[in-house]
Design a protein. Structure first.
Ligand code: ATP
Ligand code: MG
Length: 409
């Protein structure tokens, strides 16, 4: 019979890979908790409208990449990212009444219908942070610090932080007008996506990955507009404050004026962290400030900033970690005594297995050496004296001890 395979763009995370995933998850808990952030888990599907309004209907994510389906005449979507869900929950649970800042972190699977390639899947995982209620640049600095320190805790180096300010809706409007004017003569030469973006979301033109478009945007008269300091005084002060904090904290960054980020709701600070050790999909973290999103989704006016990281990309940078062996394996001709001893150890939190098929003693010992660190030998002699022979399977040292005195170091 034909076998059923895993779906294109999705992957099993196998037991051999689990140590790396547990490591990423434990470090996230440790590092984000150390900043006072609390974990939140929101549903994997939400009303489609949440993403249309929350991510923005001019984005690729909403236009091309959503897994949308109908149930009971409701349009539902598998979450393509978690910020919209966290904001929905923040509003629904009245979290604006908590004392600011409200710091939340999450981890879990996201779904985007994209062209699968190295570093790009249709089901992938993100770990992320959202900080609500602080408009000052201190929150921007803290969020970037959380991202950088998390990556450090994973042992990842050779990363670069890219930073930009998109200004506020007011100063951005002037910039958009100037940008459109200087790009207009080339409109027919742009890719179809850029032609659509030109009217709907001109900032996203800068994000285009098509070589022909990139060459056009590299023209001196267009670069002059892109590189200009268009942001207003308040936005510039905010950005300068952030840079001062980062400088004082010794966090290196580069300003990248082309950094506009994929989502519609960002204002002021946007940032990305890239690895120099990944191929073309080299962004491990993307984030930014989204001061109008809570209000746009029907909540109280609440400034916010956050980031998301791609866990598969982090995992590929971390490399492999060895699987933990089971601590002990009971070797015995007496199945009942074997299971009793195994249960005694498990109840003390020590992992323990025994041979479920009652094979010969030598076979059991062979199996023990493959999967465990210690063999606990329960032969006739041991059983009659209520003792156990503990054999270290790495050094072959062994000694016989009272059953209640088993020590596995
Ligand atoms: P890209 O430009 O690579 O498409 P993005 O702007 O769509 O990224 P975000 O929505 O900001 O990405 O997501 C944050 C992070 O999640 C990315 O930096 C990346 O590490 C990871 N990520 C995004 N999409 C995918 C995917 N399809 N497969 C694996 N990881 C992804
Ligand atoms: Mg994308």
């Amino acid at each position: 019979m034909a076998i059923i395979k895993v779906q294109k763009g999705t992957k099993d995370i196998l037991p051999s890979e689990m140590p790396v995933w547990h490591f990423m998850e434990e470090k996230a808990n440790q590092v984000f908790s150390s900043y006072g952030a609390k974990e939140i888990r929101t549903p994997i599907f939400e009303a489609t409208e949440l993403f249309a309004r929350g991510v923005g209907d001019t984005t690729d994510i909403v236009n091309k990449e959503m897994y949308t389906f109908e149930k009971s005449e409701r349009s539902l979507t598998l979450r393509p990212e978690n910020t919209a869900g966290v904001v929905r929950s923040f509003i629904e649970n009245g979290m604006h009444r908590l004392s600011a800042p409200v710091k939340l972190w999450y981890k879990g699977p996201m779904f985007r219908y994209e062209r699968p390639q190295a570093g790009r899947q249709r089901q992938f995982h993100q770990v992320g942070v959202e900080v609500f209620g602080i408009k000052q640049a201190t929150a921007d600095a803290e969020v970037i610090l959380m991202a950088v320190n998390y990556l450090k805790a994973l042992g990842l180096n050779d990363l670069s932080v890219e930073l930009n300010s998109l200004g506020c809706p007011e100063c951005r409007e002037t910039f958009k007008t100037k940008l459109k004017a200087v790009i207009k003569p080339y409109l027919n030469e742009l890719c179809p996506d850029c032609q659509a973006r030109y009217e709907k979301n001109p900032l996203r033109l800068l994000d285009c990955k098509v070589e022909e478009c990139k060459a056009i945007y590299a023209k001196p008269e267009i670069q002059a507009v892109i590189q200009s300091d268009f942001i207003c005084e308040d936005c510039a002060n905010h950005f300068n404050e952030l840079k001062e904090y980062l400088d004082a904290l010794g966090i290196k960054y580069e300003i990248n004026k082309l950094l506009v980020r994929g989502l519609d709701y960002y204002n002021r600070t946007v940032f990305e962290i890239k690895s120099n050790n990944l191929g073309s999909q080299n962004a491990v973290c993307g984030g930014g400030r989204y001061d109008s999103l809570v209000r746009n989704l029907g909540g109280e006016d609440t400034p916010a900033i956050g980031f998301a990281m791609g866990m598969e990309r982090l995992a590929s940078l971390i490399g492999s970690k060895t699987e933990e062996k089971t601590k002990a394996f009971v070797v015995s001709g007496n199945m009942i005594e074997a299971v009793k001893l195994a249960e005694e150890l498990r109840s003390k939190g020590i992992s323990c297995e025994f041979d479920l098929t009652n094979k010969k003693f030598v076979k059991q010992l062979e199996k023990a050496s493959k999967v465990a660190k210690y063999a606990l030998i329960l032969g006739e002699d041991e059983l009659s004296t209520n003792q156990v022979t503990v054999k270290n399977l790495e050094t072959s040292e062994q000694k016989t001890v009272k059953r209640e005195n088993i020590e596995l170091i």
